[in-house]
Write a protein that binds this ligand. Sequence first.
Ligand code: NAI
Ligand code: MG
Length: 338
Amino acid sequence: MSKTVAVIKGDGIGPEIMDATLRVLEALECGLEYEEIEAGLGALEKHGTLIPQASLDAIAKHGVALKGPLTTPVGKGFSSINVQLRRHFDLYANVRPAISFPGTRSRYEDIDLITVRENTEGAYLAEGQSLSEDGETALATIKVTRSGSERIVRYAFELARSKGRKKVTAVHKANIIKSSSGLFLEVAREVAKDYPEIEFQEMIVDNACMQLVMNPHQFDVVVTTNLFGDILSDLCAGLVGGLGLAPGANIGKEAAIFEAVHGSAPDIAGQKLANPCALLLAAADMLDHLGMIDKGTKIRTAIRAVLERDRARVTPDMGGSGTTDTFADALVEYCQAG
Ligand code: NAI
Ligand code: MG
């Protein structure tokens, strides 16, 4: 029986880059079925909610979703759909690969690292935030649990093992935030013992920022708590040339949602100028997740080849004079050529 993926086309440039992505997946003959589900501004107009229950049910049923960027209406009391999905499905691992591609504005070559960010606790709690009555003092709670730390660190090591990676770096601030960051580090050390073939390194977060910029090639898999992971993963996207090539996955026990890191880019929506690569790389990670590693690799190879040889057809953000469609045409041709 073929596998079905729930597809959220998204807002703004979402439908344009999703169409391009689905064309490439078709060309690869992945044998997947797609169920398009509603979410975002369209769903809000039609159903009065950004993510209808039927869409949540479809994601739960299929266990895997590919998601275009969604616009969160500002100042109308809506919480981001991304946060809602994360909570609903307990998507505890936010996995963001940073891989160098040719022709970007990056200062580095051959970067290939993955950040694994804890996605459900840390400093991102809706509860535990308060402002004193006189408005003088704000308090925010950081929550780190042994079980939450264990599952994210174990996820990082299992990922490293499955991808033949050599090293896992746990990033922390245990020297100052002794309780929460200390617990995370303690658990990371314990879990590391179960993976003797993988080098374990610990690094304090401020030093990690400097080391990432000075010598990014020393990193392989980086695992860290929510806030540090949020910041470090954007830093890593910057190392490889920015948002146009940055995919992300939100992974839990029951569901996994793959998406581009960038947003709905309202400034270029409808103009066929959007670079489809971040969503395509997310689709490649989805294929890896589904066990189709050769197909995932093929997508990355195709992007590399087109960026190297077919620059006239790539989108302006990559220095080309093409459109979303000509970029997709070039990728489809590469995939169909064998
Ligand atoms: P953005 O990522 O949409 O855009 C930032 C800049 O990057 C813009 O100049 C845009 O044109 C450019 N850009 C983004 N993706 C591109 C692509 N594929 N090809 C070429 N250029 C691209 O961030 P912004 O403007 O802060 O947010 C716009 C909307 O997106 C907001 O409503 C925000 O809430 C939402 N958003 C959604 C996310 C998601 O669903 N995962 C993530 C981030 C933002
Ligand atoms: Mg962020």
